[in-house]
Design a protein around this ligand. Structure first.
Ligand SMILES: [Zn+2]
Length: 389
């Protein structure tokens, strides 16, 4: 099953940014006359001046915390926080409870792919902070069938069933408990360079329930009855503007680095890092560490490392050195391959057959138009701080 990492499937000659490590594996990348990509330029011109590495936002943070506390008066919780066990959500839980004195409903989705190290991290954090953990265990057979359906499509975004459920359930529980604030762990510090849009292929955005339902209708062997869906309209408009449930990103109001997050969490809670972002989950680790690089030539580390480079946390040379090696060793890839096939209830031959499928070009129903209108509007209003293209 040895499949080398593909450098580029693009017809363009290979080129890599002189400043970060984004390259022509992103079909939409544009370089200026000095060989610097537009993401680097956008960061310097638009993001850094306002964000300023989290410095100088004390007043905004204090106002936000006080608004959250006020909204929760007389209620069991004042906010909701989705805890994956990853670095960002774990660090935010630490800040929210210990530093800011918030009372979040801490929520975790168990889609059956949690790695033991992540479960242990979650246990340590919640126990020491004394917060109750609400675990939503997904229906294992439904999740298996849905996951298998996604593999059969040839799509790249095979995480959709888990990711969509995460968004939908956070919204659902916020409403159920009368919570007005969703604490979102998105942060400029480690995520400002987003995965290229061009990698999504024909997939809809994660919150696009129309797309999710259409894939199920076309590829899923059984009806899906216990899964929670959302939609772009619900998640991006009805929840925030009609129901007044706001998604906030308070990590952008504080100063930290990837290293300092890890240090704080390991010292205070015995937290153990995963080596790479999103590696707390077996399926995501398999997809981002092996499936996507070998099947599509897409190594998500270029975006993750570029975020660290542009924000001054890593040198370009260090990043290039990391990229010389594949994300996971061949031995580890082999072990994950067997485990994923087993969890999906299929043979390794069948799983390999999906790895060799042509890329999906099928048109699925989606709310794409609504989303692109929404993104443009959000950018105009200054609500969207993420470099997309
Ligand atoms: Zn760049």
């Amino acid at each position: 099953m040895s499949c080398p990492v593909i450098k580029s499937k693009s017809s363009r000659p290979y080129q890599i940014c002189k400043c970060c490590v984004m390259d022509t594996t992103d079909d939409d990348i544009v370089f200026d006359e000095n060989g610097v990509c537009m993401r680097c330029r956008e960061y310097k011109e638009r993001i850094e001046p306002e964000w300023n590495h989290g410095k100088g936002h004390e007043k905004e943070l204090a106002e936000l915390i006080s608004a959250i506390k006020k909204s929760g008066e007389g209620r069991e919780y004042d906010s909701i926080l989705g805890l994956s066990g990853g670095l960002d959500s774990s660090y935010m839980l630490h800040l929210a409870v210990k530093e800011w004195g918030l009372r979040p409903l801490v929520f975790h989705i168990d889609a059956g792919w949690n790695l033991p190290v992540a479960e242990e991290n979650i246990r340590r954090l919640t126990e020491k902070l004394g917060v109750k953990l609400l675990v939503e265990k997904m229906d294992p057979e439904e999740m298996r069938q849905m996951q298998l359906a996604w593999f059969k499509t040839g799509l790249e975004s095979l995480d959709d069933p888990q990711d969509h459920a995460f968004i939908a359930l956070i919204d659902k529980y916020a409403e159920k408990y009368g919570i007005k604030y969703i604490l979102n762990g998105y942060n400029i510090c480690t995520e400002i360079v987003a995965d290229p849009d061009s990698w999504a292929g024909v997939s809809g955005p994660t919150g696009d329930g129309t797309f999710i339902r259409d894939v199920i209708r076309k590829y899923c062997a059984v009806p899906i009855e216990h899964y929670t869906f959302t939609s772009g309209l619900k998640h991006k408009f009805i929840w925030p503007y009609i129901k007044g449930i706001k998604t906030v990103k308070p990590l952008n109001f504080v100063e930290f680095t990837r290293e300092s997050m890890l240090k704080t969490l390991s010292e205070e809670y015995g937290y153990v890092g995963y080596g790479q972002k999103h590696f707390e989950d077996l399926l995501t680790k398999f997809l981002e560490g092996w499936w996507q690089p070998t099947r599509f030539g897409h190594d998500i580390r270029i975006a993750q490392l570029s975020s660290l480079i542009v924000t001054g946390q890593m040198s370009r040379d260090e990043a290039l050195k990391i990229l010389e090696k594949p994300p996971v060793s061949e031995e580890e890839a082999k072990a994950m391959f067997s485990e994923v096939a087993e969890k999906l209830g299929i043979s390794e031959e069948e799983l390999m057959k999906y790895h060799e499928l042509p890329e999906c070009t099928e048109k699925f129903k989606s709310q794409e138009k609504l989303y692109s209108f929404g993104i443009k509007l959000y950018e105009k209003l200054g609500l969207e701080m993420r470099i997309r293209k």
